[in-house]
Design a protein around this ligand. Structure first.
Ligand code: ZN
Length: 270
């Protein structure tokens, strides 16, 4: 969109923090949109005065926005913080209202809340997953595509006045990784790198020590996929001043035995 050329600026979340801060300070955006974990890393920079921007609104997406991060962002940047429910296969499928309900863009997608066996669950009941049908994508049919998010379809009208159906969401909660020298890396960057590795069907990156990462993999060829993933991660981490050992784990990716939640990126505990 040429008319937006001077009004919109993008920066890659995989860039070093300093470069992102410089870009934002120079551009002075009225609105900032990004992943919650990428924005969370900017909070101490804004508080320290290295970053000095004053957006009217922050819009997050792509990851779950916790209440804690919402409050910290709102306090540091002095503005309203909103989020949406989005995914690669559906785009922005639902937008959050002032009641913190996600109103579904139902002219764009069909969302079905189902149990493990793809049977519909009643309104007000938490689903095991979601089936997404994209009504707008005329190039690649996406019909009842399985997403591993747990949602609850709302019953009754929403006090905000929006008449579209709404849901609440149990979020994806990948961790920010902190390394020995205090450098923090957002999970979405690592997720984006691993998602591009050919042959990986499922992965989980676990930080077992401050300078050691283990990759759990399900892949067509584990050794080949690991070699490619290792190189890509090493390059990215080196660019960000992190030197870490990367190992192929004997374990396969698994959900937390306590919460039942599945994480792609898990930080060192304690
Ligand atoms: Zn509402």
């Amino acid at each position: 969109m040429p008319w937006k050329k001077n009004k919109l600026k993008t920066c890659d979340v995989r860039n070093p923090a300093l470069s992102i801060i410089e870009t934002l300070n120079e551009f002075q955006p009225a609105m900032i949109g990004s992943y919650p974990t990428a924005l969370e890393l900017l909070v101490p920079e804004q508080e320290a005065g290295n970053l000095h921007v004053h957006p009217a609104i922050i819009m997050t997406g792509g990851e779950y926005l916790s209440e804690d991060v919402r409050k910290r962002l709102s306090h540091a940047f002095g503005c309203y913080v909103q989020t949406n429910y989005s995914c690669t296969e559906g785009g922005i499928v639902a937008c959050e209202c002032t009641e913190h309900h996600f109103h579904i863009n139902d002219d764009w997608v069909i969302l079905e809340a189902v149990d493990e066996n793809n049977r519909p669950v009643p309104l007000g009941t938490q689903s095991s997953k979601v089936l997404l049908t994209n009504l707008a994508n005329k190039i690649c049919p996406i019909i009842r595509f399985e997403i591993t998010d747990r949602i609850v379809m709302g019953s009754g009208s929403c006090p905000c006045g929006n008449s579209k159906p709404w849901l609440t969401l149990e979020g994806r909660t990948d961790d920010i990784l902190t390394f020995e020298n205090g450098i923090k890396i957002p999970p979405l960057s690592l997720y984006a790198i691993l998602k591009e590795v050919h042959g990986i069907r499922r992965f989980q990156l676990v930080q077992t020590a401050y300078n050691r990462l283990e990759l759990r993999l399900i892949a067509d060829d584990r050794q080949a996929a690991f070699a490619q993933a290792r190189q890509a991660l090493k390059n990215y981490l080196n660019q960000n001043g992190v030197s870490a050992e990367l190992l192929l784990s004997e374990k396969i990716p698994e959900a937390s035995p306590i919460s039942g939640k599945y994480k792609h990126i898990i930080a060192k505990q304690g």
